[in-house]
Write a protein that binds this ligand. Structure first.
Ligand code: ACO
Length: 338
């Protein structure tokens, strides 16, 4: 028997943005900062913050339901649920993917989380591709969801201005059409930079204790300037490599969707690659950095604007804690939003 090759096809996108807005002006009242400084250094004007009783899984579930509806399949057809998050409902079990599955009515299906910070969503796409090409799964729900505000220290001006909450989700389906498959995807990591971006506790190094509370070790810590420089260098190299390997010119990419951490990083990488402004998707000004949710939220914005047409190529590129990074070249195989 001749087996037909299977390709992973990016079939749909959905996102959820919490209602409450935290503006730069709000932050001016909380820490020693200014709207002008934040916009100049990051491009961020505001970020959305989840309600106190709103969890990562609540947001992930809303994004997931939209993605499933837009994929035109039923929940019963989903055979794998994966969630990327560094702000799970619980440290460390049960997995947020299990809770999301239950909330949206998917039962008896494999579900698990991964932790790759801002690179989490593209990391999951590498796994979806492998599961589908191996024939193990057919319709995979991939979610990036973060309640980042739960690990942000709102007395630390160097980090609290950057992050926001939200969720994005996609459905990746098996297809026998080569033109629907991912063109290429690549993910990598370098743990020698682990201390550039971390939440020191809770964990086996620092289990919950009075020291954790007193020293605020449960909040995100970042070597911002060092991370910035490494991000620009790594992202530029990573994108150049994936484009060269696939003989695609940067100018031929209709949609470059980078991780939304800082406008200056996006601009520096875009300029180094010779990207035009109309190619680069930007959401950082309104959502801030939503970590694993950043790329699917940006794809969803592009989709809802009607600018993402069926078959058009997306170039994804991300960098985050770990340190981790990843890039992907893939066509959008859903229906154009009307
Ligand atoms: N308001 C006013 N002043 C500030 C603020 C603030 N919010 N934050 C820092 N400053 C001050 C600093 O104290 C410093 O003052 P000093 O010169 O008197 O010491 C000065 O501004 C410059 O600080 P830098 O840290 O050098 O500023 P920089 O230009 O690097 O911008 C930023 C900081 C925005 C954090 C930037 O470094 C950045 O975006 N880094 C990368 C973030 C990133 O990409 N992370 C990876 C993904 S996130 C993830 O994986 C979850």
């Amino acid at each position: 028997m001749v087996s037909v090759p299977l390709y992973a096809s990016f079939r749909s996108i959905g996102a959820y943005v919490p209602e409450k807005i935290l503006s730069n002006y709000d932050l001016e009242k909380m820490v020693d900062t200014s709207d002008e400084w934040i916009i100049k250094r990051t491009g961020i004007k505001q970020r959305h913050i989840a309600a106190t009783n709103e969890t990562t899984s609540d947001m992930g579930a809303k994004a997931a339901l939209l993605a499933i509806e837009r994929a035109g399949i039923s929940k019963e057809e989903i055979d794998l649920v994966m969630c990327a998050t560094v702000t799970p409902d619980y440290f460390n079990m049960p997995a947020t993917a299990c809770i999301i599955s239950d909330k949206i009515g998917i039962h008896n299906v494999q579900a698990f989380d991964i932790s790759a910070a801002c690179s989490g969503f593209v990391y999951l796409l590498t796994m979806a591709k492998a599961f589908i090409e191996s024939g193990m799964k057919k319709n995979i729900l991939v979610i990036g969801a973060e309640k980042f505000s739960s690990i942000v220290d709102y007395t630390d001006r160097t980090t609290c201005i950057l992050f926001g909450d939200g969720a994005g989700a996609a459905v990746i389906c098996a297809s026998d059409k080569k033109e629907e498959g991912f063109i290429d995807i690549h993910a990598s990591a370098d743990g020698s930079y682990a201390d550039f971006l971390m939440t020191p506790a809770p964990g086996s190094v620092h289990p919950v204790s009075q020291k954790v509370i007193d020293e605020r070790l449960n909040f995100v810590q970042m070597k911002g300037n060092e991370t910035f420089k490494l991000a620009v260098k790594t992202l530029t190299k990573d994108v150049q490599e994936i484009l060269e390997k696939n003989s695609i010119k940067a100018s031929d990419i209709p949609h470059f969707i980078p991780h939304q951490a800082n406008y200056r990083i996006i601009k520096a990488v875009g300029d180094a690659l010779g990207m035009r402004e109309d190619q680069v998707v930007l959401t950082v000004h309104k959502y801030g950095n939503t970590s694993a949710a950043s790329i699917p939220m940006a794809i969803n914005d592009l989709y809802q604007s009607g600018k993402l047409q069926t078959g058009e190529l997306m170039l994804l590129d991300t960098f985050g804690g770990g340190l981790t990074w990843a890039s992907a070249l893939l066509p959008f195989c859903g229906k154009t939003h009307s």
